[in-house]
Design a protein around this ligand. Sequence first.
Ligand code: SF4
Length: 360
Amino acid sequence: MNKRDCITGKSLSRNDLIELLSLENPVKIEQLRKNAENVLLSERGNQVYFRGLIEFSNICRNDCYYCGIRKSNNKVKRYSLSEKQVVDAALWCAKQGYGSIVLQSGERNDSEFVDTVERLVYVIKEKTVSAQLPDGLGITLCVGEHTFETYKRFFAAGAHRYLLRIETSSEDLFSRFHPQTQKIQSRIDCLKYLKEIGYFVGTGVMIGMPGQTIESLADDILFFKKTGVDMIGMGPYIPHSDTPLGEKEPSGYNNLLLSLKMIAVTRLVLKDINIAATTALQALKHNGRELGLRFGANVVMPQLTPKEVRKEYMLYDGKPCTEESRDDCSVCLKKRILSTGRIISLNNWGDRVRMGNDQP
Ligand code: SF4
């Protein structure tokens, strides 16, 4: 692999990805970081986009072995926010100039839930149209696996992005971390439906799960490329003590460093997509999100979930930002972004520009 290839990402082979993800020499890691940053700056510029995160319900029908809000965890106090609470959070977000929200919840597929999500999207769209946001807030949904028809209903209501994390593209690892009833193929089918309908599609993986290898992570990046994703939300695997995986041996990797390398290499391969600097990075290091931005991320997700219930959405132990008010989070995140030399883009959806055969 020559330096030019590394910067353009054009001809990076699977072996190149493995080599880059395996880097341990700090000088070489810094070179990787700089290359990823250069690609980001030339492809997408210096802006960082906000996606205000509203975790509107922690009720889930699934039982993923790593997740703190899995249905078998009886210690969790279940909640669903009222429509007013969700809409108020969205209006607050629009007022800040954030431009976009993410509506996230545990997974349910009953008709009451589907109707609720559809209505929330519709109402938020309607109420957030303004001179600054002529098409209202950009809405990302992160509400799990659904039928083609349901995804179409959400799209018609006004959601234009969908995040469905695959968690790992390895069938073997997936089957070790999920009950038999949850299948990787079902997730892959959903990603296809979403693309076909016309969503900007996001996915992501956990980094440093027990038994995961560098080769498997390289394959994850190739999966992102093959799927043609527009956005990535991925972060370090952090155990939750009340889950079956909480007790297992960690992978032995430095999960923060590995996550940063994953961001950088993904940026080299998929140059113009949106990549989030996720909160989980900050759980491992106080400036983890800033590091994510410096390694090639360009999106952050401020917490808008009402403070009273945030502690009930603990996907992993030590999740940060559960005590602060929305205003505190806003001030803190702005400082963090500016400290990296980047600028904040307000009242802007900040999607990548699709071209040619990229179109749905
Ligand atoms: S990871 Fe998602 S689908 Fe799995 S148990 Fe947690 S909230 Fe439910």
